[in-house]
Design a protein around this ligand. Structure first.
Ligand SMILES: Nc1nc2c(c(=O)[nH]1)N[C@H]1C(S)=C(S)[C@@H](COP(=O)(O)OP(=O)(O)OC[C@H]3O[C@@H](n4cnc5c(=O)[nH]c(N)nc54)[C@H](O)[C@@H]3O)O[C@H]1N2
Ligand SMILES: Nc1nc2c(c(=O)[nH]1)N[C@H]1C(S)=C(S)[C@@H](COP(=O)(O)OP(=O)(O)OC[C@H]3O[C@@H](n4cnc5c(=O)[nH]c(N)nc54)[C@H](O)[C@@H]3O)O[C@H]1N2
Ligand code: SF4
Ligand SMILES: [Mo]
Length: 900
């Protein structure tokens, strides 16, 4: 049976066709009819079915580590929340939600916390993600409304990607852009990012700006447009306000190209090219993401971008506009329901005239009136501080892992341990945050939960419940409703399905929404979707809001009339200036640390690490370092190093690369205590945030870099899920494989290793080979013919060449019996036919770098030729930028050889 649903990862929101048979989801494909992806999927989406399965899931509620039934869990929560509320007031209770909840869950949580617990302190991980984009849109456009749609990216003549690694983080959109560019040879792409990323593959122009110089960059552009007479005077006069002040501020900061170039630390000629392209083009889309948002001046950066679009009139047109791309699958849905602490509900804020009364009336049921707070609550970082002060006495976390993702993560851990009641709803049994929970609730996950999500272009799609949830896992909305019922709010939380919740959400969006007396006009209006029964809801086709009487089939693009959502109807240019960088060197901590995502992992990895093939592109936490810094600080490619500052430390494998600017480092955000020793990037990040949006500066921290001096490295494969033996002082990293767990270890010399095996692994080797004194040791344990563990130890830096072979060894763990011939090869660590495949480049077809390099050397000189021969790059296309680089590198080597 084939069912359509929506991918649970990024904000592109791809339609997925899942094949479901006998209660199993056997495979996925892109939905050809879904307007987000038209059949495409990226590598994470196409591995979705490999991440399912009940192993590792939370299946029963737990109180203080003890498994309990739902009744006990729900009664306990209702009692304890009730008690806190009675003694300390509703505001002593807080919720912390996530853009990975469905809109229906989000709506119910918002109604429960703000409406009936009566606390304003409900925030979400979107604070770390979209808050600056939201604040910037509101300031400029008068509403949190993304003007553009995906087609605009394809229709644009100039696409500016700023602070976005689209190739890795919104891969299907990147592919759409690549296709559009190949069809329109005049289309130009500009990439603005301090570090070279795979997104640069499409760049006609790349600007490696100094971190945080975005405002100077766009201020310089505004000044340039004015100086060259490239303003849309008519649009400015009729549809905007604030132009003169914004221009004055821009001129003040970067009146000419030379000044802007100096401030951004980029070549003036390249900068002028960018300015010229932007200023002479109406059909320009600027797409921005975390490189812009995650900053102490994130909102101003957003407005600096929007200013240029308003000044040039490039908004509300096909192929034009400032396009904030969302990260999580339902970041947008959370904004719709009002899940941020400064929002109330349905695109109404606390200060929206009449809003508190309106929402209270809407949520009232006979005999039960909501008790809405009167003013906004604490944003995420302030929430942590309120916990520290003892003001928040109960916290309910849903669908997010703040111990890994919030800045100053070690401090967050201390705060949560201090909080008298921490409830965590999650799908997975292991996460860093669960370690702080008093009460743990098992939630249904993707393929089980049922509801809607809204993607980056405001498109609402159905995620469908296709499989039963494991054990006693329940939908998030059900859990909240059951607690609400037990707290005496039953009448307001009585739903017999997600469709009823969606209906209420749709009705609220249209409630007193208009220009009439007692009404306020809100763009977010999906009232035409109200009144759907279960069948209609199940059949809901993807649609872009607003969906109302005026546009019953949805709306692709906003502001086409030139009328905006501000009181005056005019869009606002905002005068912005760069502020002094907040992240100053802190003693020895001088290097600037950037953090972000990798292609094949999703956030804190608890789902993507379950698909073994997603572990092979980047298997270990790493630190990217410029060669000059590597030399200066004594670290080398492939070695281990430590980053440290006053807040914490981070251990990872060094990758020396000229993609980094000097003095700057990059680390991935994904690793955490479940997968490695001290590799939570956010432990290093200071809790500094944007004063307007409250979004933390996750992209900047000051750190010191030093090698990690451990003499031996080991690769240990364990057939069981047991934890590897980990010396306190050592380093480890766990890499789930298909049939075993791979552990990379770095440790002190523990010769004799044979003894170490007995003591640490609990069993002596069956086979081993040793080169005493040299630090080389190989061993394997076989019991009843089966491989139990396998170990290779080598002096630091000497182990890596062997690791390309690991796939073959992984397969050995699946064998009923290890044959004689294989036994011998086990110690060599080499398959019979074994050519080393190298690091995986194409995850879909599992093609390694060395295999690709061999094929290139044998004459496959293009991505197409490689695809024909090895199939790499032919499925999701995410590895195409890397394939191109490998081909180019070979051409370069060839040219060098020729000239020599
Ligand atoms: N594979 C994968 N895809 C994902 C996710 C994932 O976990 N894995 N997560 C999803 C989520 S929630 C989100 S929010 C998105 C995020 O998507 P992106 O925003 O594309 O992701 P990041 O890698 O965090 O950061 C983007 C870039 O900002 C750059 N940057 C850093 N500082 C600056 C600066 O000062 N100015 C500028 N202009 N750029 C700077 C970084 O070098 C980085 O390349 O991705 C979504 N997609
Ligand atoms: N240094 C640094 N820090 C960052 C960032 C950065 O770039 N740099 N990026 C920030 C951004 S943009 C984001 S979005 C965050 C992401 O950070 P988090 O939100 O903390 O990361 P996730 O791993 O996505 O956590 C989601 C959790 O919810 C669970 N879950 C999934 N679906 C459901 C469900 O339906 N119900 C319930 N109850 N649980 C569910 C998952 O098992 C998982 O444990 O990280 C932020 N932190
Ligand atoms: S681009 Fe990939 S991760 Fe994002 S929604 Fe599409 S398939 Fe899922
Ligand atoms: Mo995000």
């Amino acid at each position: 049976m084939h069912e359509t649903t929506t991918c649970p990862y990024c904000g592109v929101g791809c339609g997925v066709v899942a094949s479901v048979e006998e209660g199993r989801l056997n495979g996925v494909e892109g939905d050809r009819d879904h307007p987000a992806n038209y059949g495409r999927l990226c590598v994470k989406g196409s591995a979705l079915h490999e991440t399912l399965g009940h192993q590792g899931r939370l299946t029963r509620p737990r109180i203080e580590g003890r498994e309990v039934d739902w009744n006990e869990a729900l009664d306990t929560i209702a009692d304890r929340l009730g008690e806190v509320r009675m003694r300390h007031g509703g505001a002593a209770i807080a919720g912390y939600l996530s853009g990975q909840l469905l809109t229906e869950d989000y709506y119910i949580a918002n109604k429960f916390f703000k409406g009936f617990i009566g606390t304003p302190h409900l925030d979400t991980n979107s604070r770390l993600c979209m808050a600056s984009a939201v604040a910037g849109y509101k300031r400029a456009l008068g509403a949190d409304a993304v003007p553009c749609c995906y087609e605009d990216l394809e229709k644009a003549e100039l696409v500016v990607l700023s602070g976005s690694n689209l190739a890795w983080n919104h891969p299907v959109l990147f592919q759409r852009l690549r296709t559009a560019k190949s069809r329109n040879p005049l289309m130009r792409v500009v990439v603005i990012d301090p570090r070279v990323t795979d997104t640069c593959e499409l760049a006609d122009l790349y600007l490696p700006i100094a971190p945080g110089s975005d405002i100077a960059l766009f201020n310089g552009l505004l000044a340039y447009m004015a100086a060259r007479g490239r303003l849309d005077r008519d649009f400015i006069a009729h549809h905007t306000e604030g132009f003169e002040a914004a221009l004055a501020a821009a001129r003040d900061e970067a009146a000419d190209i030379a000044t802007a170039a100096r401030r951004c630390e980029v070549d003036a000629e390249r900068l002028e090219t960018f300015y010229y392209w932007f200023a002479s083009q109406l059909h320009v889309v600027t797409l921005y993401s975390q490189g812009v948002n995650q900053s102490s001046s994130g909102t101003d950066r957003v407005n600096a971008i929007i200013n240029c679009h308003l000044a040039g009139g490039s908004i509300g047109l096909p192929g034009a506009g400032p396009f904030s791309i969302t990260g999580q699958p339902n970041a947008m849905g959370g904004r719709e329901v009002g899940g941020l602490a400064n929002q109330l509900a349905a695109h109404m804020d606390y200060h929206t005239p009449g809003a508190i009364d309106r929402v209270a009336r809407f949520w009232s049921v006979p005999g039960l009136t909501p008790t809405l707070p009167e003013a906004p609550g604490h944003k995420a970082l302030a929430l942590v501080e309120a916990i520290e002060r003892g003001e928040i006495r109960a916290l309910w976390i849903m669908a997010t892992n703040p111990l890994v993702s919030l800045p100053d993560a070690n401090r967050v851990r201390r705060a949560l341990h201090k909080c008298p009641l921490v409830i965590v709803s999650d799908c997975m049994a292991d996460s860093d945050t669960l370690g702080c929970a008093d009460i743990v609730l098992p939630a249904s996950g993707w393929s089980e939960k049922d509801g809607t999500v809204t993607n980056s272009e405001r498109r609402i799609s159905r995620q469908r419940g296709l499989l039963p949830a494991p054990g006693e896992a329940r939908h998030d909305w059900w859990i909240i409703c059951e607690v609400a019922r037990r707290m005496g709010f039953a009448a307001a939380f009585d739903y017999d399905g997600a469709h009823r919740i969606f209906d209420e959400h749709a009705r609220l969006s249209g409630f007193e929404n208009g220009d009439g007396p007692g009404e306020t006009f809100r763009l977010f209006d999906i009232s035409a979707l109200a009144g759907m029964d279960r069948a209609a809801y199940d059949a809901l086709a993807p649609v872009q809001w607003p969906v109302n009487a005026a546009s019953p089939r949805g709306t692709a693009r906003l502001f086409e009339s030139g009328r905006f959502m501000t009181d005056s109807g005019r869009a606002r240019l905002v005068a912005v200036r760069s502020r002094a960088a907040i992240q100053q060197p802190e003693g020895e901590a001088r290097l600037l640390l950037n953090s972000g995502r990798i292609r094949d992992q999703w956030h804190t990895m608890n789902r993507t690490a379950r698909a073994a093939r997603l572990m092979h592109h980047r298997s270990e936490p790493f630190i990217e370092v410029h060669p000059a810094d590597a030399a200066r600080y004594g670290v080398h490619d492939g070695g281990l190093a430590r980053l440290v500052n006053a807040r914490g430390d981070y251990l990872g494998r060094v990758r020396v690369t000229t993609s980094q600017r000097r003095g700057e480092l990059f680390v991935p955000i994904h690793w955490n205590d479940q997968f490695s020793t001290r590799a939570r990037a956010s432990a290093l990040v200071a809790a500094v945030c944007d004063p307007l949006s409250g979004q933390p500066e996750s992209k900047q921290a000051r750190v010191a870099l030093a090698p990690l001096p451990l003499p031996q490295e080991a690769c240990l494969l364990l057939g069981s899920d047991d934890k590897a033996p980990l010396a306190e002082s050592g380093w480890w990293c766990r890499i789930p494989m298909s049939h075993c767990q791979r552990w990379q270890l770095a440790l002190a010399n523990a010769e004799p290793w044979w003894e170490w095996c007995r003591e640490q692994l609990g069993s002596a080797p069956t086979l081993w080979s040793e080169d005493p004194g040299s630090g080389h040791f190989r061993a394997a344990r076989i019991e009843a013919g089966r491989l139990v563990w396998w170990l290779a130890v080598a002096p630091t830096g000497r182990l890596n060449p062997l690791l390309g072979e690991i796939g073959w060894l992984d397969d050995c763990f699946a064998l009923e019996k290890i044959e004689r011939e294989q036994r011998r090869r086990l110690l060599a660590g080499r398959a019979a036919s074994g050519e080393d495949a190298g690091v995986t480049v194409c995850s879909c077809h599992q093609v390694g770098q060395k295999t690709i390099e061999r094929a290139i050397a044998e004459g496959c000189l293009s991505v197409a030729a490689l695809g024909d021969r090895l199939a790499c790059g032919t499925r999701c296309g995410s590895c195409i930028p890397e394939l191109k680089k490998l081909v180019a590198a070979q051409a370069e080597r060839h040219a060098e050889a020729e000239s020599a």
